[in-house]
Design a protein around this ligand. Structure first.
Ligand code: SF4
Length: 66
């Protein structure tokens, strides 16, 4: 795919929306922040990742080109 999602942690409020949409890529941890757990997501996951980006209430997930 050549790109991956990144999370701006200063803006993450830890509601877990991203994980609920795409748990293959996003994980909410005990520190109250979401993390990207798959740095090379399968292209099949791109739609789910985009949905998570669009659904994040603070808009803190973005694509990063590699
Ligand atoms: S949807 Fe956005 S604010 Fe919510 S846990 Fe995921 S990255 Fe954080």
């Amino acid at each position: 795919m050549g790109r991956k999602p990144v999370i701006e942690h200063d803006e993450c409020i830890g509601d877990g929306v991203c994980e609920s949409i795409c748990p293959e890529v996003f994980e909410l941890r005990d520190d109250g922040l979401a993390y990207v757990i798959n740095d090379d997501p399968d292209p099949d996951l791109e739609d789910e990742i985009q949905e998570a980006i669009d659904s994040c209430p603070t808009g803190c997930i973005t694509w990063e080109d590699e």
